[in-house]
Design a protein around this ligand. Structure first.
Ligand code: ASP
Length: 444
């Protein structure tokens, strides 16, 4: 794996520049087409046909290998940590870090949305138009949330322990409407326990299994390398589809909300993380951001922590010098369970929609939003739009009409792209902190 990566280092550099170019070309072409041709049929056909095809082909290629990657990386991470006490220490640190940093991120979001009150800016007819334009998506999101709501709390907790891990693997990315399990979390629990099982068994007996897992991991990384070759074109298509369909109008009318989310994300990304990196990883924040630039661009253009996982692992190992057993553990868990950007976004969105619907939330209800957003950050799948069903749950828990989700679906892509950058950066800061705490010398 290392050899392949080294051989490809120069091409990689070119690729992330290409992704940026793809992003720009897609956005400019999309906005231009939207302005010039609006809703002409050929444009719709183009978006729904070839443009959709290329974007989806890329995403599907990556999703195809997400489960084998997650399973092999986490199992190996746990198995290679070996010593149970070390594992407990790293696990406890990762957990404490996730809780504290996620709480900070949600608090930043809630403070800002309370000060700016973006919900008060939206004219009534715009709200109605937005609700009407996103009905199909809304129905899908509501159906998923309905299934989740029917499950009792005690069962929700129990479902973390999968009684059928294959079922959870099958439903992790595209859940069947009747599926009510906990998806990625259950798969990770299985991988974690399996890794523990390997670590505690006779090394000679389990050596072949570990070798197979290493092989799976290497092959998956290679497939992802190949898929990344498509990324610049796919990203251009994904952005083109959004901007050609919606143009600037949607952004304009929701500008205050979008701005609050983006500013809060930026404060956490460049403020909180800089402080954490400086004090806990003992690294210059500017060097840190320069080193992980490739990861941030990949997260931004794919809107998926899981798709970004391989790039995050490679960069964190090669450029920051975090050992593989720590990246395998912290980054893999983090790609689903440590989503600061998502938690921050959920808090703002719920309060924004409460403002739009004139629901006055008491302080106690805002605390509920805070707690539920933290949990949502832990429970959200690292896939595009993964947090939307959870937004619905939080909305319902404080009595804001869940249909309100329709208002924000139109602008969700850009916010999804941005929050995913934080989700992944947060995982890398966690890995850097844990590595330092374990006495590893990072390459600063
Ligand atoms: N797209 C996000 C991620 O993959 C999840 C979400 O907030 O929807 O990290």
């Amino acid at each position: 794996m290392t050899d392949a990566n080294e051989a490809q280092a120069p091409r990689k550099m070119a690729i992330h520049t290409k992704i940026l170019i793809g992003l720009l070309v897609g956005a400019v072409a999309g906005v231009t087409c939207n302005q010039l041709f609006g809703t002409e049929q050929w444009l719709i056909n183009l978006i729904d046909g070839p443009v959709y095809f290329v974007g989806q082909m890329f995403l599907r290629l990556i999703f195809m290998v997400v489960i084998p990657l997650l399973f092999s990386a986490l199992t190996l991470g746990v198995a290679e940590l070996g010593d149970i006490r070390r594992l407990g220490r790293i696990g406890a640190r990762t957990f404490a870090y996730t809780l504290i940093v996620t709480t900070i991120s949600v608090a930043i979001g809630l403070a800002l949305v309370n000060v700016v009150r973006p919900g008060d800016y939206l004219p009534e007819d715009t709200k109605q138009k937005l609700i009407a334009s996103t009905e199909t998506d809304r129905d899908k999101v509501l159906a998923n949330a309905e299934t989740a709501k029917k499950t009792k709390t005690v069962d929700k907790i129990l479902q973390i322990i999968p009684n059928n891990p294959i079922g959870d693997m099958a439903n992790a990315i595209n859940p069947h409407p009747a599926y009510a399990g906990s998806g990625f979390i259950a798969v990770m629990f299985f991988a974690f326990i399996f890794g523990l099982g390997l670590a505690m068994s006779d090394p000679d007996t389990v050596a072949p299994t570990i070798a197979v897992l290493k092989g799976v991991y290497a092959a998956v990384m290679r497939i992802i390398d190949f898929a990344m070759g498509l990324a610049p074109y796919a990203v251009a298509c994904l952005i083109f589809a959004t901007t050609a369909r919606l143009g600037f109008e949607v952004f304009k009318s929701l500008a205050a909300y979008v701005a609050v989310v983006l500013v809060a994300l930026a404060i956490h990304q460049f403020g909180t993380y800089s402080v954490l990196v400086y004090f806990f990883a003992k690294m210059n924040p500017l060097t840190f951001f320069a080193k992980i630039r490739e990861v941030m661009i990949t997260a931004f253009s794919t809107s998926s922590s899981n798709v970004t996982l391989p790039t995050a692992m490679r960069v964190t190992e090669e450029k920051l010098g975090v050992p593989r057993e720590i990246t395998g553990f912290v980054l893999t868990l983090g790609s689903t369970a440590n989503q600061n950007g998502t938690a921050l976004y959920e808090g703002i969105t719920v309060l924004f929609l409460a403002q739009v619907f004139n629901v006055d939330l008491t302080f106690g209800q805002q605390v509920t939003v805070l707690l539920m957003s933290i949990l949502a950050g832990i429970g959200t799948a690292g896939v595009p739009g993964g947090s939307l069903p959870l937004v619905v749950l939080v909305l319902q828990s404080v009595g804001v009409p869940a249909e309100g989700i329709a208002i924000i679906l139109g602008v969700d892509r850009i916010l999804d792209m941005s929050r995913t950058v934080l989700n992944v950066t947060g995982d890398i800061t966690a890995a850097a902190y844990v590595a330092r705490a374990e006495g590893v010398e990072l390459s600063t």
